[in-house]
Design a protein around this ligand. Structure first.
Ligand SMILES: Nc1ncnc2c1ncn2[C@@H]1O[C@H](COP(=O)(O)OP(=O)(O)OP(=O)(O)O)[C@@H](O)[C@H]1O
Ligand SMILES: [Mg+2]
Length: 232
């Protein structure tokens, strides 16, 4: 198994109240598949992605990636893990405002030893002709395509997406989903998408439903829909 999480628990103390964000959660993720994590607000989706991404640590449980338990990693090993293996895509693009499109992509390419050609990746997301623009000169959809290029150019084996279409209109959201689908097929990247949007689940290979930090359903989707067929 590529990624295994075992009995993962995480709680947050807010004043006198303890909030259990994840409760003994166990899930396996296969390499090269597209996963969608569904669940209402507060169900633990972001907490799970942050732990998978080595940004946050669980209170209990293991996260085994490619045979290694990343919960035992020190800060330096975690930084390396994030650089080599991971791409992140967030709801609000996260570009460096003072860098052009091409510079934004180059700045993450150099974090990885086996990065892809920035020109190829910017062409895949349809942003090569905009390479000399700054983020403020782009629409939200265009910025998100650059954010995808930044994540992909490192050639990571895992891409984690937290509400990647949450700030986009329908047409731009479809474009972003189509790109994630293309990247999954082209580079065999394992893609994990957290969202409220149940329609997006139709295009994934596996659907994980969380409620109150617990797994309520794990569903195989043997014939995922194409991004262009998905409507909401
Ligand atoms: N840093 C934090 N401090 C305190 N509580 C937190 C923190 N992060 C998350 N929580 C709580 O943990 C629970 C799970 O939050 P999480 O952000 O993982 O949910 P989510 O499924 O991503 O929700 P949304 O769909 O709104 O993004 C919630 O009850 C939330 O309030
Ligand atoms: Mg969230």
């Amino acid at each position: 198994m590529f990624i295994e999480i075992k009995d993962l628990s995480k709680s947050y103390q807010v004043g006198l109240t303890k909030i259990d964000a994840l409760k003994k959660l166990s899930i396996d993720f296969e390499k090269g598949k597209m996963y969608v994590i569904l669940g209402p607000s507060g169900s633990g989706k972001t907490t799970l992605l942050n732990i998978l991404g080595g940004i946050d640590k669980p209170d209990e449980g293991k996260v085994i990636v490619d045979g290694e338990d990343i919960t035992n990693y020190n800060d330096r090993e975690l930084t390396n893990y994030r650089r080599r293996k991971l791409g992140f895509i967030f709801q609000f693009y996260n570009l460096v405002n003072s860098l052009t499109v091409l510079e934004n992509v180059l700045s993450t390419k150099y974090l990885s030893e086996n990065g892809l050609d920035p020109k190829e990746v910017l062409e895949v997301v349809g942003m090569w002709e905009h390479r000399d623009k700054f983020p403020f000169e782009l629409s939200g959809g265009e910025q998100q395509r650059v954010a995808i290029a930044r994540a992909v150019v490192k050639n990571p084996s895992i891409i984690l997406c937290d509400e990647p279409t949450g700030a986009l209109d329908f047409e731009n959201a479809k474009r972003v989903l189509k790109l994630l689908e293309d990247i999954n097929k082209r580079y065999g990247t394992t893609i994990i998408i957290a969202t409220h949007n149940t329609a997006i689940a139709k295009m994934s290979h596996k659907i994980i439903r969380l409620r109150s930090g617990e797994l309520v359903e794990y569903q195989d989707n043997p014939s995922p829909a194409l991004a262009e067929e998905v409507v909401w």
